[in-house]
Write a protein that binds this ligand. Structure first.
Ligand code: UD1
Length: 370
């Protein structure tokens, strides 16, 4: 019997941790063949190669080579390149993850070519259409044939948009699979020790959202707040390329790098970054995935955003939304680590449920026969 070809789409850093557990679970199956497609959105070695290496992913089977650009350039560039690839070697399923531009591009290509699309991490909503990711989420979910969600509140969001229940499957949080897959390596990594942080209470910071870094006034107010915060606790800051560029053009880079309590680093690998996070007293971030990882680990997380598409990390987790003004006070009032039970199905077995569901749905569609 011919094996079904499953295209796994990766584009940017947060995608790799979601694709890797699914890739490894698919490789154990005899009915299908996983094909890793990298669109090229993140291309620096420390935003791409080291993640593939850490997560045990092979070099991509397909590299579309679509790098940075405006939203239209990225979205359309990936559509053109991926459609070309699908017409040459048609996959049986397209699996997209998260909410980056390529998630939308590849879902749209699949929908137009009649290739079924599955969206992992469906149903997240910030209800803020200023975020490019929110537009990508809503449109991808409107088109996908399978919507794999990570919590029941995501199911409710989808049902409220009129999406039929039979397309929705709650499978849990695949990021937790990635963490558990690499837990031993994360725990034995020496990044924390190398920075002489083992005995220190410190905060880890990440920052890259356009709404925080692209407007100089906002970026300056965040930097003022960080300088205030660093008097209470040293800050370790692996800097995203977008943020580095903005800090440099606003002249803030020199001020931050001269500060004795702020350590600026290049972007870290997944293992190095999680080694730092697991030892931190707090995390300050505007990332989506880190809100979930800290919830799972019970580490206090202060999210520099007005809203979150992951409210479960606030209601059931260790996350709090803060502004540049409230950040220093929130840090001063930080509670100690607690580890309440993680949300349902955040258990390290999501990829297995994804693969079982994909197989069952392939039978239902007549793509597989006994
Ligand atoms: C993208 C995603 C965002 C995700 C983030 C994680 C969209 C709309 N946004 O945002 O959801 O949270 O990735 O990092 O898809 N750059 C480099 N080297 C790289 C990659 C980017 O220098 O390897 C530079 C680009 O040239 C650009 C900037 O960083 O100037 C931003 O990159 P881009 O991929 O456009 O968006 P992100 O901010 O990374």
């Amino acid at each position: 019997m011919r094996k079904l070809i499953i295209d796994l789409i990766t584009a940017a850093r947060p995608n790799y941790m979601k694709i890797a557990p699914v890739y490894h679970a698919l490789c154990k199956e005899s009915w299908c063949e996983a094909r890793v497609v990298h669109t090229g959105q993140h291309y620096d070695p420390n935003m791409f190669d080291i993640f593939f290496r850490d997560l045990g992913l092979p070099p991509p089977d397909v590299s579309l080579g679509v790098g940075s650009g405006t939203h239209a350039e990225q979205t359309a560039g990936v559509m053109l390149a991926y459609e070309h690839h699908c017409l040459a070697t048609r996959p049986d399923w397209i699996v997209v993850v998260g909410d980056v531009n390529a998630t939308l591009s590849c879902a749209l290509v699949g929908a137009k070519l009649g290739i079924p699309v599955a969206h992992l991490e469906a149903g997240l909503r910030s209800y803020d259409r200023h975020m490019p990711e929110e537009i990508n989420r809503v449109l991808t979910d409107a088109m996908a044939d399978i919507l794999w969600t990570h919590s029941s509140d995501a199911d409710e969001n989808l049902r409220a948009e009129g999406i039929p229940a039979d397309r929705i499957e709650c499978v849990g949080n695949v990021m937790i699979d990635a963490f558990e897959m690499l837990r031993a390596k994360i725990e034995s990594d020496d990044t924390r020790a190398g920075l002489a942080l083992d005995e220190t209470r410190y905060a880890v910071l990440t920052l890259h959202r356009p709404s925080n870094v692209d407007v100089p006034k906002v970026l300056k107010s965040i930097v003022r707040s960080l300088l205030d915060m660093s008097t209470r606790m040293p800050i370790v800051f692996p800097v995203h390329p977008r943020t580095k560029a903005r800090l440099t053009t606003t002249g803030l880079w020199d001020e931050l790098s001269a500060h004795p309590s702020i350590r600026l680093l290049e972007p870290l690998s997944y293992i190095q970054f999680m080694n730092l996070v697991t030892g931190a007293a707090a995390v300050v971030t505007d990332s989506g995935g880190i809100q979930e990882e800290t919830t799972y680990l019970g580490i206090p997380c202060l999210t520099l955003r007005d809203n979150t598409e992951r409210p479960i990390t606030v209601t059931q987790g260790s996350n709090r939304l803060v502004s540049p003004d409230t950040l220093p006070t929130a840090l001063a009032r930080l509670s100690e680590r607690t580890r309440p039970p993680p949300p349902a199905l955040w258990d390290g077995h999501t990829a297995e449920r994804v693969v079982a569901n994909l197989k069952a749905r392939s039978y239902m569609r007549g793509m597989l026969h006994d």
